[in-house]
Design a binder for this molecule. Structure first.
Ligand SMILES: Cc1cc2nc3c(=O)[nH]c(=O)nc-3n(C[C@H](O)[C@H](O)[C@H](O)COP(=O)(O)OP(=O)(O)OC[C@H]3O[C@@H](n4cnc5c(N)ncnc54)[C@H](O)[C@@H]3O)c2cc1C
Ligand code: SF4
Length: 563
């Protein structure tokens, strides 16, 4: 029997990443007494980041470790495999699930590409008959995008592009030298290329300094110039005195009373291995899209034998990931360059939003292009191996000279596009496998359709044209149809969404337009699970906006005495 706290909180939130942090911020500011359960330990970039430390200063020289997949100094603890926390895949299918396990979740590392979904992204079915429309439109979420632009901060430029809404931007940094080459090639090929939009502040905000262009964003920013949930959302929520934060608390299930309402959350206190319980009048799941679906499926009771809020049978269904493929090349124009200032943020200064008309293409929806290259602080390894560059042979002085000569002469493009949900891609509870605490794990089924495979072909062809236009040579051959044109396996782009989608019909959706469970009115979800569809944009700005909107709905319903 789990030990239960006597105190009844107004709201219990599971997870402290983008969605959980935003919900905690908005609810505590509105006066609610909130308890937050977070599976990982506390971590604040402002205190714990290794920003500036050179990679060579540690014995591992910055190379990946088991927990720090993106390098020893990366901020985010987690990965595709976590010891003691397995997941499984149906035979013959592949889905890789990246999980952060620390305060702030994946917001400690993420690329901070912060794009609003456009009006058409909420109404995809109306436009091309595929997937489903959301029960809300751009106009419902736009005020929340404005609010997070102001609170969290994002740089960019107002361009007036269709379906790529502008925002309340901080000034964008200037393109670097190699990005000017990319812009020139894009202009020549008719590809829209504009300043990127990243949640990094270039003017100070209260308690936060403007970016000083050290380019170390993935390590976490010690001056709080970039967005991470612990420093930007959870610290101010704690400062209200209304937030009780319990770290190393792995939620097991949402508990319900005889009336079918949620009563709180049971969890494993990881340091002691004890089962504990917190009580609350409202429960908000924000454990990341698929973990929240797992919690619902594992919260079985006599009232909810298929899992909590799963009367529709759609929990775990309609899951998607962003499509992705990459091409990189060697650009002779960047060899032996004149030393010049390449300072900037830890990410690209330009990007290409979707620019084409699908009526003329063999796939629906679109993708955007991310750009990488340049002269960032050297880390473990060199450009995929010095042997890939022309006329490299030898060792000692000559080898050192070659490293200097070729450093910064690689440019790469990554496509990030929209997948259409399909019936063959879903998650369910594995009937036989449990994690180290005995909690049943997810089993994934996954299949790409021709929509995504054809889109990947288009990405590959486009990136190859761009590299050729810059006078470069591509490092790899064109992938074949059998290789799905280089399309990354499901989950690899780490934008998994859905699993408890919103909708107006309780027979086909889990949540209503306020991200409130149709079957359990004091249960809400504030991460990527409510998403009805992807877009050709990264999802986190929309997770944040939607979480704030959900928090406001909770506050309004609590005031009205409805929950
Ligand atoms: C390398 C990388 C680059 C990325 N780049 C971008 C980008 O540029 N733009 C973009 O929009 N998105 C990007 N993303 C994705 C982005 O990080 C996620 O969309 C976002 O963090 C999701 O927020 P979340 O709150 O749903 O989940 P998370 O940030 O993952 O937070 C979930 C939290 O819940 C906790 N948790 C999980 N299960 C439990 C449980 N049972 N009990 C208690 N706590 C639990 C976890 O420990 C974690 O702290 C990137 C991700 C990665 C890893
Ligand atoms: S580049 Fe700017 S935002 Fe990124 S870590 Fe450095 S100072 Fe912080």
């Amino acid at each position: 029997m789990a030990h239960s706290e006597q105190q009844v909180y107004d709201v219990a939130i599971v997870g402290s990443g983008a969605g959980g942090g935003m919900a905690a911020y908005a609810l505590t500011k509105a006066g609610a007494r909130v308890v937050m359960l977070e599976a990982g330990p506390a971590w604040y970039a402002s205190k714990n980041s290794t920003m500036i430390l050179p990679a060579y200063a540690t014995p591992g020289r910055g190379r990946s470790t088991r927990n720090r997949e993106f390098g020893e100094h990366d901020a985010c603890d987690g990965g595709f495999e976590i010891e003691g926390e397995p997941y499984t895949r149906a035979p013959g299918t592949r889905f890789d699930w990246w999980r952060g396990r620390m305060l702030g979740g994946r917001t400690n590392h993420w690329g901070r590409i912060s794009l609003r979904f456009g009006p058409r992204d909420f109404k995809g079915k109306t436009h091309d008959g595929l997937g489903d429309d959301w029960p809300i439109g751009y106009q419902d979420i736009a005020p929340y995008y404005d609010r997070i632009d102001d609170l969290i901060g994002v740089f960019g430029s107002n361009e007036g592009l269709e379906n790529h809404p502008d925002g309340r931007f901080h000034p964008a940094p200037k393109p670097r030298c190699y990005e000017l080459l990319v812009k020139k090639a894009s202009d020549k090929l008719g590809i829209t290329c504009i300043p990127s939009r990243l949640s990094i502040i270039t003017k100070p905000l209260p308690g936060r300094q403007a970016c000083h262009y050290c380019g170390q964003c993935n390590r976490g920013c010690s001056v709080k110039a970039n967005f991470s949930s612990p420093d930007v959302l959870i610290a101010p929520a704690l400062a209200t005195g209304k937030l009780t934060l319990i770290t190393e608390a792995m939620a097991r299930e949402v508990t319900v009373g005889r009336d079918g309402l949620a009563t709180g959350v049971s969890y494993v206190h990881k340091p002691s291995g004890e089962d504990r319980h917190v009580r609350a009048k409202v429960v908000v799941l924000a454990a990341s899209a698929l973990e929240s679906a797992r919690l619902l499926l594992n919260s079985k009771s006599s009232q909810f034998p298929q899992g909590l809020a799963n009367g529709s049978g759609t929990v775990g269904r309609y899951i998607t990931d962003t499509t992705g493929t990459d091409v990189s090349g060697f650009i002779p124009a960047m060899v032996d360059h004149v030393p010049h200032n390449e300072d900037g943020v830890g990410g690209m200064h330009v990007y290409m939003p979707w620019w084409l008309d699908n009526a003329k293409l063999d796939f629906p929806r679109g993708y955007h292009i991310e750009v990488w290259g340049g002269l960032g602080q050297p880390s473990y390894g060199f450009g995929g191996g010095i042997q890939r560059y022309p006329n490299v042979a030898g060792y000692g002085k000559k080898l050192k000279e070659d490293y200097r000569k070729y450093y910064g002469a690689t440019i790469g493009f990554s496509g990030r596009g929209e997948m259409i949900p399909n019936d063959k891609s879903y998650a369910e509870i594995d009937p036989t496998v449990v994690d180290q605490w005995g909690i049943p794990v997810l089993r994934f089924h996954w299949e790409w359709s021709d929509h995504e495979i054809n889109q990947s072909k288009h990405m590959q062809e486009t990136f190859r044209k761009l590299i050729a236009e810059m006078g470069g040579t591509v490092f790899s051959g064109m992938p074949t149809k059998e290789q799905q044109y280089g399309l990354a396996p499901g989950g690899r782009i780490i934008h998994e969404l859905g699993g408890a989608r919103m909708g107006t019909d309780p027979k086909t959706s889990v949540l209503n337009a306020d991200c409130q469970a149709h079957d359990c009115k004091n249960l809400f979800i504030a991460d990527g699970a409510p998403f009805v569809s992807q877009a050709d944009k990264n999802p986190t700005w929309t997770i944040l906006a939607l979480a704030w909107r959900t928090a406001d709905a909770i506050t309004a319903q609590r005031k009205a005495g409805a929950i």
